[in-house]
Design a protein around this ligand. Structure first.
Ligand SMILES: O=c1ccn([C@@H]2O[C@@H]3COP(=O)(O)O[C@H]3[C@H]2O)c(=O)[nH]1
Ligand SMILES: [Zn+2]
Ligand SMILES: [Zn+2]
Length: 245
């Protein structure tokens, strides 16, 4: 069994030197795109890959750096390649993703009137393990981000935690490591300022050593080069590099 991750981007919503924090998870020959932000189509082109070779896409929450590329993805697949994408997403995101984000661009009278008319939708609920492929299972965990906006982190193969954008949740992180035996945490990381809607580097640095040493940092700002060497045991993930998980 081989599991690897190649981030299309590792930047935060406003980064200009990094693409949006979207990941390509590869489990043997099955590939899952985790989030599809505004920059995802260009990032895919940059790394020489095409959406038509991706098996499915999963959405963590509705912000443009996580869903802004879905219109281009759907239209390209449908009109250029005659395909549809399977979309795994938390069931509470289905209605707002269509009505508040995609309907304007994708609605077509008598043809496309809902998310299921343009994607193969698989709704997900927290606490259930979904087998996406022989060597890939996923669970979603609702984690706080923006008041009133649902956001879901991921548990990959019951051993890797992939944070959506989230505020600092030390108890969750500690229990994932000490009670569920999680061996790797990929976490969003705001490098400066107060962590109003994200987790800050300072907050992550306050975690116990056994948790810190399995954390990899992503979703960071253009100031990232100034922080290399200042993150303790936690290393930055770099976009486009393929990591064996
Ligand atoms: O109360 C708020 C709401 C939003 N924001 C910014 O908008 C961005 C949206 O994408 P993101 O979730 O990757 O990051 C968010 C933040 O950078 C914020 O700073 N405070
Ligand atoms: Zn984001
Ligand atoms: Zn967000």
């Amino acid at each position: 069994m081989s599991l690897s991750l190649q981030m299309l981007g590792t930047g935060n919503a406003f980064a200009k030197n990094y693409f949006n924090n979207n990941g390509l998870l590869l489990a043997d020959d099955y590939s899952l795109l985790i989030d599809c932000g505004i920059t995802a189509p260009l990032a895919m082109h940059t790394i020489g890959k095409s959406f038509r070779h991706v098996n499915a896409t999963l959405i963590t929450h509705i912000h443009a750096d996580h869903v802004g590329g879905l219109e281009e993805l759907a239209l390209t697949l449908k009109h250029v390649y005659g395909k549809t994408m399977r979309l795994h997403l938390p069931e509470t995101l289905i209605e707002p993703l269509w009505n508040n984000t995609l309907k304007g661009g994708l609605y077509q009278k008598d043809a496309v009137a809902s998310l299921t008319d343009i994607f193969e939708v698989t709704p997900m609920k927290p606490g259930i393990t979904y087998k996406l492929a022989p060597s890939l299972s996923l669970e979603i965990i609702r984690t706080p981000h923006i008041p009133g906006k649902d956001s879901y982190s991921l548990l990959i193969n019951n051993e890797i935690f992939y944070s959506a954008d989230m505020t600092f949740q030390p108890d969750l992180l500690i229990s994932l490591v000490r009670e569920r035996g999680i061996r790797m945490i990929l976490h969003d990381c705001q490098l400066g300022g107060a962590g109003v809607v994200h987790t800050t580097l300072e907050e992550l640095m306050s975690l116990p050593e056994d948790v810190r040493r399995i954390i990899k940092l992503m979703h960071y700002s253009d100031e990232q080069p100034q922080f290399v060497g200042l993150t303790g045991e936690m290393e930055f993930i770099e976009q486009h590099v393929t990591y064996k998980l």
